[in-house]
Design a protein around this ligand. Sequence first.
Ligand SMILES: *Cc1c(COP(=O)(O)O)cnc(C)c1O
Length: 360
Amino acid sequence: MSRVYNFSAGPAVLPEEVLQEVAAEMMDYQGCGMSVMEISHRSKIFDKIIEEAEQDLRDLMEIPDNYKVLFLQGGGSQQFAMIPMNLMKNKVADYIVTGQWAKKAYQEAQKYGKANKIASSEDKTFSYIPDCSDLPISEDADYVYICENNTIYGTKFKELPNTKGKTLVSDVSSCFLSEPVDVSKYGIIYGGVQKNIGPAGMVIAIVREDLITEDVLEGTPTMLTYKTHADAGSLYNTPNVFCIYVCGKVFKWLKKNGGLSAMKERNEAKAKILYDYLDQSRLFHGTVEKKDRSLMNVPFVTGDKEMDAKFVAEATAAGFMNLKGHRSVGGMRASIYNAMPIEGVKALVEFMKKFEEENL
Ligand SMILES: *Cc1c(COP(=O)(O)O)cnc(C)c1O
Protein backbone atom coordinates (compact mmCIF):
# COMPACT_ATOMS: atom_id res chain seq x y z
CA MET A 1 0.00 0.00 0.00
CA SER A 2 1.30 3.42 -0.80
CA ARG A 3 -0.48 6.56 0.32
CA VAL A 4 0.27 10.03 -1.04
CA TYR A 5 -0.09 13.41 0.63
CA ASN A 6 -3.47 14.63 -0.63
CA PHE A 7 -3.93 18.41 -0.53
CA SER A 8 -7.32 18.35 -2.28
CA ALA A 9 -9.92 20.95 -1.27
CA GLY A 10 -12.62 18.28 -1.33
CA PRO A 11 -13.38 15.44 -1.35
CA ALA A 12 -10.33 15.44 0.84
CA VAL A 13 -7.94 13.47 2.99
CA LEU A 14 -9.49 11.29 5.72
CA PRO A 15 -7.72 9.99 8.83
CA GLU A 16 -5.84 6.80 7.95
CA GLU A 17 -7.01 5.07 11.14
CA VAL A 18 -10.62 5.67 10.13
CA LEU A 19 -10.07 4.25 6.65
CA GLN A 20 -8.43 1.17 8.16
CA GLU A 21 -11.35 0.61 10.55
CA VAL A 22 -13.83 0.97 7.72
CA ALA A 23 -11.84 -1.50 5.63
CA ALA A 24 -11.71 -4.00 8.51
CA GLU A 25 -15.49 -3.78 8.98
CA MET A 26 -16.38 -3.84 5.30
CA MET A 27 -17.43 -7.50 4.96
CA ASP A 28 -18.90 -7.99 8.41
CA TYR A 29 -19.91 -5.02 10.55
CA GLN A 30 -19.55 -6.03 14.19
CA GLY A 31 -20.66 -9.60 13.66
CA CYS A 32 -23.88 -8.87 11.73
CA GLY A 33 -22.53 -10.58 8.61
CA MET A 34 -23.17 -7.55 6.39
CA SER A 35 -21.45 -4.28 5.59
CA VAL A 36 -22.97 -1.02 6.81
CA MET A 37 -23.90 -0.30 3.17
CA GLU A 38 -26.16 -3.35 3.18
CA ILE A 39 -28.13 -2.85 6.38
CA SER A 40 -31.50 -1.15 6.81
CA HIS A 41 -31.54 2.44 7.97
CA ARG A 42 -34.41 1.32 10.23
CA SER A 43 -32.36 -1.41 11.91
CA LYS A 44 -31.14 -1.41 15.53
CA ILE A 45 -27.55 -1.54 14.26
CA PHE A 46 -28.00 1.67 12.31
CA ASP A 47 -29.96 3.36 15.11
CA LYS A 48 -26.89 2.97 17.27
CA ILE A 49 -24.60 4.35 14.54
CA ILE A 50 -26.64 7.51 13.93
CA GLU A 51 -27.36 8.11 17.63
CA GLU A 52 -23.69 7.82 18.57
CA ALA A 53 -22.66 10.03 15.64
CA GLU A 54 -25.07 12.75 16.76
CA GLN A 55 -24.03 12.49 20.41
CA ASP A 56 -20.32 12.60 19.57
CA LEU A 57 -20.85 15.67 17.39
CA ARG A 58 -22.86 17.31 20.20
CA ASP A 59 -20.03 16.58 22.62
CA LEU A 60 -17.33 17.88 20.27
CA MET A 61 -19.12 21.14 19.44
CA GLU A 62 -20.92 21.48 22.77
CA ILE A 63 -24.18 21.92 20.86
CA PRO A 64 -26.91 23.39 23.09
CA ASP A 65 -30.08 21.33 23.61
CA ASN A 66 -32.24 23.78 21.68
CA TYR A 67 -30.47 22.92 18.42
CA LYS A 68 -31.28 20.01 16.14
CA VAL A 69 -28.55 18.13 14.29
CA LEU A 70 -29.71 17.14 10.80
CA PHE A 71 -27.90 14.75 8.45
CA LEU A 72 -29.16 15.79 5.02
CA GLN A 73 -28.44 14.98 1.40
CA GLY A 74 -27.87 17.36 -1.49
CA GLY A 75 -24.50 18.56 -0.24
CA GLY A 76 -23.65 22.10 0.76
CA SER A 77 -25.23 23.55 -2.37
CA GLN A 78 -28.74 22.32 -1.54
CA GLN A 79 -28.68 24.51 1.56
CA PHE A 80 -28.35 27.58 -0.67
CA ALA A 81 -32.06 27.05 -1.51
CA MET A 82 -33.21 25.31 1.65
CA ILE A 83 -32.17 28.22 3.87
CA PRO A 84 -34.28 30.89 2.14
CA MET A 85 -37.18 28.47 1.64
CA ASN A 86 -37.33 27.81 5.37
CA LEU A 87 -36.24 31.13 6.84
CA MET A 88 -37.40 33.92 4.52
CA LYS A 89 -40.66 34.77 6.30
CA ASN A 90 -40.32 38.48 5.37
CA LYS A 91 -38.69 37.53 2.08
CA VAL A 92 -35.61 39.60 2.94
CA ALA A 93 -32.10 38.41 3.74
CA ASP A 94 -28.67 40.02 3.89
CA TYR A 95 -25.65 38.34 2.32
CA ILE A 96 -21.95 39.01 2.88
CA VAL A 97 -20.23 37.90 -0.31
CA THR A 98 -16.65 36.80 0.36
CA GLY A 99 -16.17 34.17 -2.35
CA GLN A 100 -17.73 31.88 -4.95
CA TRP A 101 -19.74 29.83 -2.47
CA ALA A 102 -21.22 32.88 -0.74
CA LYS A 103 -21.99 34.33 -4.16
CA LYS A 104 -23.79 31.18 -5.26
CA ALA A 105 -25.84 31.20 -2.05
CA TYR A 106 -26.65 34.89 -2.61
CA GLN A 107 -27.72 34.27 -6.20
CA GLU A 108 -29.89 31.31 -5.23
CA ALA A 109 -31.63 33.30 -2.49
CA GLN A 110 -32.69 35.89 -5.08
CA LYS A 111 -35.11 33.30 -6.44
CA TYR A 112 -37.06 33.32 -3.19
CA GLY A 113 -37.07 36.92 -2.05
CA LYS A 114 -35.03 40.07 -1.72
CA ALA A 115 -31.41 39.08 -1.11
CA ASN A 116 -29.24 42.10 -0.33
CA LYS A 117 -25.50 42.07 -0.81
CA ILE A 118 -24.51 44.14 2.24
CA ALA A 119 -20.74 43.62 1.89
CA SER A 120 -18.37 42.04 -0.60
CA SER A 121 -14.67 41.56 -1.21
CA GLU A 122 -15.05 40.87 -4.92
CA ASP A 123 -13.26 44.17 -5.73
CA LYS A 124 -9.95 42.50 -4.82
CA THR A 125 -10.71 38.95 -6.03
CA PHE A 126 -12.01 37.96 -2.59
CA SER A 127 -8.57 38.27 -1.03
CA TYR A 128 -9.83 39.69 2.26
CA ILE A 129 -12.76 39.71 4.69
CA PRO A 130 -14.56 43.07 4.78
CA ASP A 131 -15.08 44.94 8.03
CA CYS A 132 -18.41 43.62 9.31
CA SER A 133 -18.67 45.55 12.56
CA ASP A 134 -21.29 48.05 11.38
CA LEU A 135 -23.01 46.93 8.20
CA PRO A 136 -26.33 48.24 6.85
CA ILE A 137 -28.34 45.28 8.15
CA SER A 138 -31.89 45.41 6.78
CA GLU A 139 -34.51 46.20 9.36
CA ASP A 140 -36.71 43.29 8.25
CA ALA A 141 -33.93 40.82 7.36
CA ASP A 142 -34.88 37.26 8.20
CA TYR A 143 -31.20 36.40 8.54
CA VAL A 144 -27.64 37.44 7.75
CA TYR A 145 -25.62 34.94 5.72
CA ILE A 146 -21.88 34.28 5.62
CA CYS A 147 -19.48 31.67 4.29
CA GLU A 148 -17.10 31.47 7.22
CA ASN A 149 -14.09 29.89 5.52
CA ASN A 150 -13.67 30.61 1.83
CA THR A 151 -12.37 27.36 0.40
CA ILE A 152 -11.33 28.74 -2.97
CA TYR A 153 -9.70 32.00 -1.86
CA GLY A 154 -8.31 30.91 1.51
CA THR A 155 -9.83 33.56 3.77
CA LYS A 156 -11.63 33.08 7.08
CA PHE A 157 -13.82 35.26 9.28
CA LYS A 158 -11.76 35.64 12.48
CA GLU A 159 -14.64 37.49 14.04
CA LEU A 160 -18.32 36.96 13.30
CA PRO A 161 -20.21 39.90 11.76
CA ASN A 162 -22.29 42.18 13.92
CA THR A 163 -25.77 41.14 12.76
CA LYS A 164 -27.47 43.72 14.99
CA GLY A 165 -29.64 41.05 16.54
CA LYS A 166 -30.57 39.23 13.32
CA THR A 167 -30.17 35.48 12.96
CA LEU A 168 -26.75 34.45 11.67
CA VAL A 169 -26.54 31.64 9.10
CA SER A 170 -23.08 30.29 8.35
CA ASP A 171 -21.62 27.87 5.82
CA VAL A 172 -18.66 26.21 7.57
CA SER A 173 -18.07 23.46 4.98
CA SER A 174 -14.30 23.93 4.85
CA CYS A 175 -13.66 24.75 8.52
CA PHE A 176 -16.13 22.33 10.14
CA LEU A 177 -14.63 20.92 13.37
CA SER A 178 -11.28 22.65 12.75
CA GLU A 179 -11.56 24.63 16.00
CA PRO A 180 -14.04 25.23 18.84
CA VAL A 181 -17.12 27.33 17.98
CA ASP A 182 -19.90 28.89 20.03
CA VAL A 183 -22.95 27.34 18.38
CA SER A 184 -25.30 29.64 20.31
CA LYS A 185 -24.15 32.57 18.14
CA TYR A 186 -25.73 31.00 15.06
CA GLY A 187 -29.27 30.32 13.89
CA ILE A 188 -27.96 27.73 11.45
CA ILE A 189 -24.40 26.47 11.15
CA TYR A 190 -23.97 23.96 8.36
CA GLY A 191 -21.45 22.34 6.10
CA GLY A 192 -20.94 19.74 3.43
CA VAL A 193 -18.90 16.99 5.11
CA GLN A 194 -16.53 16.14 2.26
CA LYS A 195 -14.08 18.92 3.10
CA ASN A 196 -13.09 18.33 6.69
CA ILE A 197 -15.13 15.37 7.94
CA GLY A 198 -16.15 12.48 5.69
CA PRO A 199 -17.14 11.23 2.24
CA ALA A 200 -19.09 13.43 -0.19
CA GLY A 201 -22.86 13.58 -0.51
CA MET A 202 -24.05 14.83 2.83
CA VAL A 203 -24.45 18.06 4.71
CA ILE A 204 -24.80 18.46 8.46
CA ALA A 205 -27.09 21.34 9.43
CA ILE A 206 -27.24 22.40 13.05
CA VAL A 207 -30.45 24.40 13.32
CA ARG A 208 -31.89 26.34 16.27
CA GLU A 209 -35.29 24.87 17.10
CA ASP A 210 -37.33 28.06 16.76
CA LEU A 211 -36.25 28.24 13.09
CA ILE A 212 -37.76 24.82 12.38
CA THR A 213 -41.41 25.43 11.54
CA GLU A 214 -44.16 24.49 9.12
CA ASP A 215 -44.32 28.12 8.07
CA VAL A 216 -42.07 27.83 5.01
CA LEU A 217 -42.30 29.47 1.59
CA GLU A 218 -45.20 28.26 -0.51
CA GLY A 219 -44.21 25.37 -2.74
CA THR A 220 -41.29 24.24 -0.58
CA PRO A 221 -40.91 20.49 -1.19
CA THR A 222 -41.37 18.18 1.82
CA MET A 223 -37.79 17.02 1.41
CA LEU A 224 -36.51 20.60 1.62
CA THR A 225 -38.36 21.46 4.81
CA TYR A 226 -36.18 21.30 7.93
CA LYS A 227 -39.16 20.18 10.00
CA THR A 228 -39.56 17.00 7.93
CA HIS A 229 -36.07 15.86 8.85
CA ALA A 230 -36.07 17.22 12.39
CA ASP A 231 -39.31 15.36 13.22
CA ALA A 232 -37.95 12.13 11.73
CA GLY A 233 -34.49 12.27 13.30
CA SER A 234 -32.91 12.53 9.82
CA LEU A 235 -34.69 9.27 8.87
CA TYR A 236 -37.64 10.62 6.88
CA ASN A 237 -36.29 8.79 3.88
CA THR A 238 -33.19 6.65 3.40
CA PRO A 239 -30.25 8.77 4.51
CA ASN A 240 -26.65 8.45 3.37
CA VAL A 241 -26.06 5.52 5.70
CA PHE A 242 -22.44 4.92 4.77
CA CYS A 243 -21.51 8.59 5.06
CA ILE A 244 -23.10 8.90 8.51
CA TYR A 245 -21.14 5.81 9.59
CA VAL A 246 -17.80 7.21 8.38
CA CYS A 247 -18.50 10.65 9.85
CA GLY A 248 -19.27 8.95 13.16
CA LYS A 249 -15.86 7.31 13.08
CA VAL A 250 -14.20 10.65 12.35
CA PHE A 251 -16.02 12.18 15.36
CA LYS A 252 -14.60 9.41 17.55
CA TRP A 253 -11.13 10.00 16.06
CA LEU A 254 -11.44 13.72 16.89
CA LYS A 255 -12.51 12.94 20.46
CA LYS A 256 -9.62 10.51 20.89
CA ASN A 257 -7.22 13.16 19.62
CA GLY A 258 -8.25 15.79 22.16
CA GLY A 259 -11.33 17.37 20.59
CA LEU A 260 -11.59 20.73 18.89
CA SER A 261 -9.17 22.71 21.09
CA ALA A 262 -6.44 20.21 20.27
CA MET A 263 -7.42 20.37 16.58
CA LYS A 264 -7.11 24.15 16.64
CA GLU A 265 -3.60 23.93 18.09
CA ARG A 266 -2.59 21.31 15.54
CA ASN A 267 -4.10 23.27 12.66
CA GLU A 268 -2.40 26.50 13.76
CA ALA A 269 0.95 24.73 13.99
CA LYS A 270 0.50 23.19 10.54
CA ALA A 271 -0.60 26.43 8.86
CA LYS A 272 2.25 28.38 10.51
CA ILE A 273 4.86 26.13 8.90
CA LEU A 274 3.47 26.87 5.45
CA TYR A 275 2.72 30.58 5.93
CA ASP A 276 6.10 31.27 7.58
CA TYR A 277 7.82 29.72 4.61
CA LEU A 278 5.65 31.65 2.10
CA ASP A 279 6.39 34.94 3.91
CA GLN A 280 10.12 34.64 3.35
CA SER A 281 10.19 32.77 0.04
CA ARG A 282 11.65 34.58 -2.98
CA LEU A 283 9.66 32.40 -5.38
CA PHE A 284 6.27 31.72 -3.80
CA HIS A 285 3.87 34.06 -2.07
CA GLY A 286 0.45 33.89 -0.46
CA THR A 287 -2.47 35.64 -2.14
CA VAL A 288 -4.62 36.94 0.72
CA GLU A 289 -4.47 39.55 3.50
CA LYS A 290 -2.47 38.10 6.35
CA LYS A 291 -5.04 38.91 9.01
CA ASP A 292 -7.73 36.96 7.14
CA ARG A 293 -5.73 33.83 6.34
CA SER A 294 -7.49 30.49 6.56
CA LEU A 295 -5.97 27.66 8.59
CA MET A 296 -7.48 25.16 6.17
CA ASN A 297 -6.94 26.36 2.60
CA VAL A 298 -3.65 28.02 1.68
CA PRO A 299 -3.47 29.50 -1.83
CA PHE A 300 -0.11 30.63 -3.22
CA VAL A 301 1.46 31.62 -6.54
CA THR A 302 4.83 32.27 -8.11
CA GLY A 303 3.43 35.07 -10.29
CA ASP A 304 4.34 33.13 -13.41
CA LYS A 305 1.77 30.69 -14.84
CA GLU A 306 4.36 28.46 -16.46
CA MET A 307 6.35 28.23 -13.24
CA ASP A 308 3.14 27.40 -11.35
CA ALA A 309 2.40 24.60 -13.81
CA LYS A 310 5.95 23.28 -13.55
CA PHE A 311 5.69 23.26 -9.76
CA VAL A 312 2.35 21.41 -9.78
CA ALA A 313 3.70 18.81 -12.21
CA GLU A 314 6.87 18.16 -10.19
CA ALA A 315 4.98 18.12 -6.90
CA THR A 316 2.50 15.59 -8.29
CA ALA A 317 5.32 13.36 -9.47
CA ALA A 318 6.80 13.54 -5.96
CA GLY A 319 3.53 12.43 -4.30
CA PHE A 320 2.09 15.83 -3.30
CA MET A 321 -1.32 15.57 -4.91
CA ASN A 322 -4.06 18.04 -5.88
CA LEU A 323 -2.08 21.25 -5.35
CA LYS A 324 -3.46 22.97 -8.43
CA GLY A 325 -5.43 26.09 -7.47
CA HIS A 326 -9.13 26.43 -8.24
CA ARG A 327 -9.80 27.13 -11.91
CA SER A 328 -11.08 30.62 -11.05
CA VAL A 329 -7.85 31.64 -9.26
CA GLY A 330 -5.01 29.65 -10.80
CA GLY A 331 -1.72 29.08 -9.00
CA MET A 332 -1.66 26.57 -6.18
CA ARG A 333 -3.71 25.76 -3.13
CA ALA A 334 -2.78 23.43 -0.31
CA SER A 335 -5.78 22.30 1.71
CA ILE A 336 -4.51 21.16 5.08
CA TYR A 337 -7.60 19.84 6.84
CA ASN A 338 -7.71 18.06 10.22
CA ALA A 339 -6.65 14.74 8.71
CA MET A 340 -3.51 16.13 7.02
CA PRO A 341 -0.63 15.13 9.30
CA ILE A 342 1.97 17.75 10.22
CA GLU A 343 4.55 15.56 8.46
CA GLY A 344 2.69 16.19 5.19
CA VAL A 345 3.00 19.97 5.57
CA LYS A 346 6.66 19.74 6.59
CA ALA A 347 7.42 17.52 3.60
CA LEU A 348 5.60 19.93 1.26
CA VAL A 349 7.61 22.90 2.55
CA GLU A 350 10.87 20.97 2.14
CA PHE A 351 9.84 20.18 -1.43
CA MET A 352 8.99 23.85 -2.09
CA LYS A 353 12.38 24.96 -0.71
CA LYS A 354 14.16 22.58 -3.03
CA PHE A 355 12.07 23.74 -5.97
CA GLU A 356 12.83 27.35 -5.11
CA GLU A 357 16.57 26.72 -5.05
CA GLU A 358 16.43 24.94 -8.40
CA ASN A 359 14.29 27.56 -10.12
CA LEU A 360 15.59 30.94 -9.02
C1 LIG B 1 -17.47 22.74 -1.33
C2 LIG B 1 -18.26 23.82 -0.74
C3 LIG B 1 -19.64 23.91 -0.97
C4 LIG B 1 -20.41 23.00 -1.90
O1 LIG B 1 -20.54 21.73 -1.41
P1 LIG B 1 -21.29 20.59 -2.26
O2 LIG B 1 -21.44 19.52 -1.24
O3 LIG B 1 -20.41 20.24 -3.39
O4 LIG B 1 -22.58 21.14 -2.70
C5 LIG B 1 -20.34 24.92 -0.33
N1 LIG B 1 -19.71 25.79 0.48
C6 LIG B 1 -18.38 25.73 0.71
C7 LIG B 1 -17.74 26.70 1.63
C8 LIG B 1 -17.62 24.73 0.11
O5 LIG B 1 -16.30 24.68 0.34
